[in-house]
Design a protein around this ligand. Structure first.
Ligand SMILES: [Zn+2]
Length: 64
């Protein structure tokens, strides 16, 4: 393993396609006061969604 950082898999529903997509989040909790949102590439819509690292809740699709 080149990267010792731990990751945790998550399953979320793509807001654009409704498909269930697997993504990975950093295993470490963010620093207090840091940005809780982590961008996750979506294999369903080829976009980026943001997952709240503390709650695991997806915030929504990236707005363009
Ligand atoms: Zn998506």
């Amino acid at each position: 393993m080149a990267d010792r950082k731990t990751w945790r898999p998550i399953i979320f529903s793509c807001p654009n396609t409704g498909d269930r997509v697997q993504g990975l989040l950093p295993g470490d909790m963010p620093e207090p006061g840091a940005d809780d949102l982590h961008p996750v590439s979506c294999a369903a819509c080829d976009g980026v969604h943001f997952i709240n690292l503390r709650t695991g809740v997806m915030i929504g699709a990236e707005r363009s």
